[in-house]
Design a protein around this ligand. Structure first.
Ligand code: ZN
Length: 410
């Protein structure tokens, strides 16, 4: 683990590798309100405690970097855009809609790690969350999405579309609600939509199920063997709507030596038989979509999404506990990303050494190109160009169709 308390390394990192200019371009994206964006700095006090410096804004990347270099900075956090910089009475103007996925929310289902640990096996829960939310948000018209490895046990999603930025707290809560699966949405996989669900809701959740079923066997049955845990068994039973089937399965598992694989075979058979008995003469797939949702649907930190003024770790900031760098991820390569081998403060310093740059005086911007941060910087650069093009090619769509995007059109 990296020594995140090493002030010399932090000074080199925040002085030479943190891409201030690009992060400012991403945050303002063609606008001129960077000075009104809250940038919080977490610095180290003399007794090695942490001091939060809040409600500061910087008009330029140079001003931001200069301030950081004056302090022993521990981490950088990003807040909202307000009407005035450094004013006590502020009015919220905009901020990205943000989602926080932390593997802690999957404890009880993930058996490979506990607490702060993370490995490529439990990272697959994050892969599921990324795939489902990417689909769900795009189907609702949100297309400017930045996924960022937190440096800890999960990912942050920054939804950067203009219409996301101007949502009120109530609208953010509404969107979060629409993205959250609840057990009440039962029997939605192959049976006709219930009266409680609109056709578009039904279609949306059915497609989410299709995304999850590809990874369900690998993650839940093979990797985690989650049916053998108390919480996993409860989730499995909660995904089966027939009390009769549940009772039969529990009786079966009382008497035979079983494995997660045989348990899954039992579930498929008993749910299938029950379904066939209710629909004689009709070929129908077992309604097991609810089980996939129960285990793998994204588990989001609600307050982070609902509060429009919530601070979030800046991309490329160093995680205070692990020393890993918060890195933008391309959505198609999240499965290939290994969080255990993600760049740390120590490793990027080593890469600077290997490139013969560590001992030299700073050469200015762009030194991250010589480190493993390079491809991740490119992810943010690509999104930033798209956001800047949006500003030049579209009239601001503040508030437009706010009510209609909670569910996609039929
Ligand atoms: Zn793990």
């Amino acid at each position: 683990m990296a020594d995140v308390f090493n002030p010399e390394q932090r000074k080199v990192f925040y002085g030479r590798l943190f891409p201030y200019s690009l992060v400012c371009r991403w945050l303002s994206a063609g606008r001129t309100d960077m000075a009104q964006r809250e940038i919080a700095i977490v610095k180290i006090s003399q007794d090695r405690g942490r001091v939060w410096l809040r409600y500061n804004g910087y008009a330029t990347s140079d001003a931001w970097r200069k301030r950081v270099m004056e302090l022993d900075v521990f981490a950088l956090q990003i807040g909202a855009v307000y009407n005035l910089p450094k004013a006590i009475q502020k009015t919220f103007l905009r901020r990205e809609f943000i989602i926080d996925i932390d593997l802690n929310a999957y404890d009880g289902l993930r058996t490979c790690c506990t607490g702060r640990d993370i490995c490529p096996l439990c990272w697959k829960f994050v892969v599921c969350a990324v795939r489902v939310l990417d689909y769900s948000l795009r189907s609702r018209g949100f297309i400017r999405l930045l996924w960022v490895f937190t440096g800890g046990r999960g990912v942050h999603l920054w939804v950067c579309d203009t219409k996301a930025g101007v949502m009120s707290s109530t609208q953010r809560a509404g969107l979060l609600n629409a993205l959250t699966w609840r057990p009440g949405c039962a029997m939605i996989y192959v049976l006709p939509p219930s009266s409680a669900l609109t056709l578009s809701q039904h279609r949306c959740v059915s497609l989410e199920v299709n995304i999850l079923k590809d990874l369900f066997l690998t993650i839940i049955v093979e990797d985690q063997k989650a049916f053998l845990t108390e919480q996993g068994l409860a989730a499995l039973l909660a995904g089966i709507s027939s009390e009769h089937v549940k009772k039969n399965l529990l009786q079966l598992w009382e008497h035979q030596g079983y494995t997660p694989a045989t348990m899954w075979t039992d579930v498929m058979k008993h749910v299938g038989d029950w379904c066939q008995a209710r629909h004689p003469g009709v070929r129908i797939r077992p309604p097991i979509g609810r089980i996939f949702l129960q285990f793998l649907h994204p588990r989001m930190d609600g307050p982070v999404s609902r509060e429009d003024t919530h601070l979030l770790r800046s991309p490329f900031s160093v995680h205070s506990a692990t020393g890993r760098i918060a890195l933008p991820l391309h959505k198609d390569f999240v499965l290939d990303f290994n969080p255990c081998q993600a760049p740390t403060l120590n490793s990027v310093m080593q890469e600077l050494d290997d490139a013969g740059l560590h001992s030299r005086a700073s050469r200015g911007a762009g030194e991250w190109e010589h480190t493993s941060m390079g491809s991740h910087v490119q992810v943010m650069r690509t999104l930033t160009l798209q956001l800047e093009m949006d500003q030049y090619t579209q009239a601001p769509d503040a508030g437009e169709h706010i009510a209609s995007f909670f569910f996609p059109p039929p």
